[in-house]
Design a protein around this ligand. Structure first.
Ligand code: SF4
Length: 410
């Protein structure tokens, strides 16, 4: 088990809600920012013993809109984390930003404090579509935000894009992708639009304004092929990077490495524990300040749960899953899964290299279904007991410090 830790900080504030968004974020709640800030800093201070049980090599400020919360506040939280934990100076430190709320002097401040990766919500190069989905910025603002980030010294910039948007055709998506490539980002996340119930865009369900499933699939395959041609290799269903620019923090989610969250709705995964804080800003603030319970869910995964997680998350990546790893970690026979994976291979949905299996782009398109079939198969076989896994430590034992602790922030 890796002794490295990722830290996620959730910033639940936005200037306004986008039509497709079902993340836990609130618009018109700016008055709560100062109280939230105090609660967050208190939470970080109180978590110092847990933070010091691991070496932190990634920090991620997500949301919501961290850039709207403000660079000064983000730096305050990062500095509190530096004091409370053991954060490598080489840690990947990401902040999500929207093009309309990131100024040059903010970027300079963030860089000077150690934030070294910017993830920019760009979504589309078509201004009409941006307006339709409730984004507050234009493509021109995306272009100028990328330039400002480069000028301020960010050499790791990622763009988020969405395909399958209302009124979008493949040509329009190709245009967005082309314009994004002109900006030479280091990393691209390309998500297919998902209609979440309760969001304004859900009203378009079954409407002809949305691309069909086949058209959306076509856009996805076009994305994989085009980005590969431009030197962005796919390392997860929706994520593409130039060599060495894969997002270390997000990889932790898929490779079952430890991460701890802060803020409402933030999830944590440490050893075999999984827990999530309440999706309620006021409850989170008062819970932290009055020493009350802020957990919404907590679970200790058993062996089957961990093996299922290994399949579900591992198969989102191009690294995939390994027969040997599966057997060693879960002391279970891979054969029934291999039989199913062989079937997928014949259909062009999976490939195997050595003892590893991963999906092809057409397999990724069906990944929910395929993973469901694998989990069903896995559930038919009893996983054998494995006492040493059950005694896995949870902040109980601290690893030896590596040579020279000057590598950490103080
Ligand atoms: S800016 Fe991001 S988090 Fe905020 S509403 Fe839009 S998509 Fe959701």
């Amino acid at each position: 088990m890796s002794k490295k830790l990722g830290i996620y900080v959730h910033i639940p504030f936005c200037a306004s809600k986008c039509a497709y968004c079902d993340f836990y974020s609130l618009a018109e709640c700016d008055r709560l920012m100062p109280r939230y800030h105090n609660a967050l800093l208190q939470h970080v201070r109180e978590a110092a013993p847990q933070l010091q049980a691991r070496y932190t090599d990634s920090v991620y400020f997500g949301g919501g809109t961290p850039s709207y919360y403000g660079a000064r506040r983000i730096c305050d939280v990062f500095n509190a984390l530096k004091r409370a934990g053991l954060i490598y100076k080489t840690a990947e430190v990401t902040m999500e930003a929207n093009p309309d709320s990131i100024r040059y002097h903010d970027l300079l401040l963030l860089r000077s404090e150690g934030v070294n990766r910017l993830s920019l919500g760009a979504q589309s190069a078509n201004d009409d579509i941006l307006k339709l989905i409730g984004r507050r910025h234009s493509w021109r603002q995306v272009v100028s935000a990328v330039k400002r980030a480069r000028d301020a010294g960010f050499d790791n910039v990622s763009l988020d894009l969405i395909y399958g948007l209302p009124s979008q055709q493949r040509e329009d998506w190709a245009d967005t992708l082309g314009k994004a490539l002109e900006l030479e980002p280091d990393h691209l996340s390309c998500y297919g639009l998902k209609l979440e119930e309760g969001t304004p865009i859900y009203a378009y369900k079954d409407s002809a304004i949305l691309p069909t499933d086949d058209e959306q699939a076509d856009m996805y395959l076009y994305t994989v092929e085009t980005l590969d041609r431009y030197g962005y290799h796919q390392y997860e269903i929706s994520n593409f990077a130039k060599k060495g620019k894969e997002c270390r923090h997000n990889l932790k989610y898929w490779l079952l490495q430890d991460y701890m969250g802060f803020g409402p709705a933030a999830a944590s995964s440490v050893g075999d524990m999984r827990y999530t804080y309440v999706s309620d800003l006021k409850a989170y603030i008062s819970g932290v300040q009055n020493g009350k319970n802020i957990l919404a869910e907590q679970e200790r995964l058993d062996l089957l749960g961990r093996a299922a997680e290994y399949l579900m998350l591992g198969l989102r990546t191009v690294r995939g899953i390994s027969e040997k790893e599966y057997h060693n970690l879960y002391r279970s026979d891979f054969l029934p899964l291999r039989e199913l994976l062989e079937e997928f291979r014949h259909k062009g949905w999976a490939v195997n290299e050595g003892d590893r299996w991963h999906f092809t782009p057409s397999g990724f398109l069906l990944s929910n279904l395929l993973i469901g079939l694998l989990l069903e198969k896995q559930g038919e076989y009893k996983l054998s007991g494995n006492p040493w896994v059950d005694s896995m430590d949870l902040f109980t034992e601290r690893a030896e410090l590596p040579e020279g602790d000057e590598v950490f922030y103080h």
